[in-house]
Design a protein around this ligand. Structure first.
Ligand code: ADE
Ligand code: ZN
Ligand code: ZN
Length: 301
């Protein structure tokens, strides 16, 4: 990767980068893939419950299609959820703690909140469907490394990038979308763009070891966030050392490394979402049998 140092060039490129809308969300394909992978690993009980709830939805026929809904509503009907898509850390503290969560909430508190609502036996189907759509989305976001980043540059949205010598964009968008889109375009150029995600999902699923849920599932929301944060702090990520004054020009070596990380994070997100939903559905079933309290807050213990 080369860093362009020239002030004039940097200013010009920063201005160009500003012309593209900031990517605020793990791209639609990223979320769809996480949920499609998760669906393959659901227990029979969890799949039945997910299908039952999604069947009640006015807008979506498939679980995987509902997983970007949280992005659709963050600027409209659910404005209070806008800060729940990420968690930011101060530069000098590498450890993610619950205290790092913004006062208005963050992605880790949102995972806990919606896991609790999904498991809560006293909630209506409508409330639990909404919680499911949010939870599935947050599990994608927490695995996009730049959704667990450093305060000040809006998760890399303010860091200009000339991506692979071809397109002006920003670092957040690279990790939300560009890496995955390039990969899919290179691997399955003959597939219609709108269907390429399914080829990537199949390829990733084929790499997940048998018993994948057990392999990837440990940790909790803070642990998942910490893994993402460790990635953004690594030197090769070109983020911690970057600033808005310099346009980053990642080359092929960066792309290849980033692709390995992105593919791993998608797999982790999918398998962990399945593990979490399986656990929550199981806890509800136990509570129903024993007449116990809803598994509201113990969801991620
Ligand atoms: N806005 C502020 N910080 C952000 C982040 N880490 N990810 C996405 N959007 C953000
Ligand atoms: Zn999001
Ligand atoms: Zn994003």
């Amino acid at each position: 990767m080369r860093i362009w140092g020239g002030l004039v060039a940097a200013a010009t490129l920063a201005a160009c980068a500003g012309l593209t809308a900031p990517a605020q969300a793990y791209g639609r394909d990223g979320h769809r893939i996480v949920c499609d992978l998760a669906y393959r690993y659901l227990s029979d009980e969890a799949r039945t419950e997910v299908d039952r709830l999604i069947a009640l939805d006015d807008e979506f026929d498939h679980f995987r299609d509902a997983c970007s809904w949280a992005d659709q509503v963050r600027g409209t009907t659910h404005r209070h959820t806008a800060p729940w898509h990420y968690i930011n850390q101060t530069r000098d503290d590498p450890h993610i703690d619950p205290e790092d969560c913004a006062e208005d909430g963050c992605v880790t508190s949102a995972i806990d909140l919606h896991a609790g609502l999904f498991a809560d036996r006293s909630r209506s189907d409508e409330e639990r469907l909404e919680a499911l759509k949010f939870l599935a989305h947050w599990m994608g976001d927490v695995h996009q490394p730049l959704h667990v980043s450093i305060e000040g540059d809006r998760g890399g949205n303010d860091i200009p990038v000339l991506w692979r010598g071809e397109r002006f964009t920003n670092l957040h968008r690279v990790w939300d979308s560009e890496i995955i889109l390039d990969h899919m375009g290179e691997e399955w150029p003959w597939a219609p763009e709108g269907e390429r995600w399914s080829y990537l999902a199949d390829a990733l699923a084929a790499e997940i070891p048998l018993g994948g849920v057990d392999v990837y599932a440990p940790l909790d929301a803070i642990g998942w966030a910490q893994e993402s944060h460790d990635i953004v702090r690594s030197r090769g990520f070109a983020y911690y050392w970057a600033d808005a004054e310099q346009t980053i020009e990642p080359g092929d070596a960066y792309y290849r490394r980033a692709l390995r990380i992105s593919r791993d994070q998608l797999k982790q997100g999918g398998v962990r979402l399945a593990g979490l939903l399986n656990q929550l559905v199981e806890e509800r079933a136990v509570a129903a049998r024993t007449g116990g309290a809803p598994a509201a807050s113990g969801a991620l213990d």
